[in-house]
Design a protein around this ligand. Sequence first.
Ligand SMILES: Cc1cc2nc3c(=O)[nH]c(=O)nc-3n(C[C@H](O)[C@H](O)[C@H](O)COP(=O)(O)O)c2cc1C
Ligand code: SF4
Length: 548
Amino acid sequence: MMALKNNRPHFPHTKGRQLDPKALDEIQQLLGSGSRKRDMLIEYLHLIQDAYGHISASHLAALASDMKFSQAEVYEVASFYAHFDVVKEGDTRPPALTVRVCEGISCEMNGARELASSLKEALGDGVRVQPVPCIGACDTAPAVAVGQNRIGLASLENISQAVVDEAIRTTLPAYIDFSSYDGYVAYKECLSGQKSRENVLGEIETSGLRGLGGAGFPVSRKWRFLLANSRPKIIAVNADEGEPGTFKDRHCLETNPHKVLEGALIAAWVIEAGAIYIYLRDEYPHIRAILEEEIAKIEQAGLSEGVKIHLRRGAGAYVCGEETALLESLEGNRGLPRNRPPFPANEGLFGLPTLINNVESLYFVAEIVTRGAEWYSQAGRPHFYSVSGHVREPGVKLAPAGISVNELIEKHAGGMTDGHTFTGYLPGGASGGILPASKGGLAMDFGTLEEYGCFVGSSAVVILSDKDDIRDVVKNLTAFFKEESCGQCTPCRAGCEKLSLMLESGDWDDDLIRGLSDAMREASICGLGQAASNPVISALNFFRGEVS
Ligand SMILES: Cc1cc2nc3c(=O)[nH]c(=O)nc-3n(C[C@H](O)[C@H](O)[C@H](O)COP(=O)(O)O)c2cc1C
Ligand code: SF4
């Protein structure tokens, strides 16, 4: 990711650049009568990137002028996000087609590097082959995304069949649309008065539903904070899903988008919010198409009366999944996490009290309000696990909270891949640490893995085998955090950098690493810096013989 950081390309003409009338005309045509408010800035940068394949200096200056911002401000935002190709005068534009090869941990374990080099060779200079962080397709590792942000099948004519096949694979899946969704019954009961706010809150409280975005905060408790606030309120649906190994939100939205939308509408009704902002990761363009279509249908049906649903695109920055960075991004800024307090429940999006919930949390809200708290607790508080790595049947698995990885592998994922022996696992994506196979019987739930320095987070379970080198796994995960650190605070920025250098040099000095890790954990503003050393600390704790 590009950020505050000093490794940014120098861009000398951000201030006081002459306005090119042609560029201004093009920008005004592109933006049309759309709002010129600040929160639309990232959406408009996407429009330019999509239309021209890059963002030129003259378009950037024209956008700044049209939106009445300084050029430096617009440049600062555009250059923060990996999905914008900001090109200064005289620099080469990127090729018309980009093939993104995922270098997330599951993909790297399944030959992503080799795939990237063979694609580079096969496609030549006319196509950009770009290694990128996890694209949320770990079940099909090694995964690639074809096209700038969308799949451009027309432009694929001259390139290899394998690439075309990949592109087709990621087009619109079959999903339950509005006409076949057997739902909104619970929501209609809320609107008609058959259910009271207290009924709904009570059901969610009794069910024990905890936030499934990573932190596991009790859903009902968060809603009560918001309900107690009498100011106008907003809901932000966190669909950023950037944690390497996680693809369960994609599954919820691909298969049953209305369950998520119903959950969000129920939340809006309970806390009395007038707007819902869905922040969707840019790597899921097919889901954007689904949501655009299905939101229009519920609006037409009058179901969302009094609640405006906004769909916004992320732009390739993992940190924007952190809830306060997400708010900044929704406001059209760089995704720099905020200091707390104030907490979003008091002062969130546009300064208003904001409820932030993960996609899957809202999916289960709809399930619980429809089927009852008793059903949910009796079923063992089920939720989705993203399972990838060396198992026969990777994918999204519905299983009770507290299932062990042994059971998940054997009962849900078809056992280990042939020729692989289970040696360890990531219970919660890149952030959640690494556990050895000897701890494969532990219950994976909120609070059960912390004593081992790990956590279940968003339940992204990556299975390692005797064919993986734990040092490579740790290096991959640490490099990810280094790339994605927003650079705002020194312990994280410098700590990630230093940690990566030490690991790459082979100098795995136990004391030095642990000292650095403590400083990062204690002094970083957000969860990224606090968790970035988890992989290496786990390796030192549980795989000492393999890393010394
Ligand atoms: C670096 C970082 C990245 C995060 N990424 C996501 C994400 O992609 N999706 C998500 O729902 N939560 C993510 N979270 C957690 C959110 O900050 C927040 O806890 C969550 O969206 C709240 O929703 P929930 O209570 O329904 O889980 C992330 C946290 C951190 C520190
Ligand atoms: S901990 Fe890292 S990602 Fe989080 S605010 Fe600080 S520098 Fe940014």
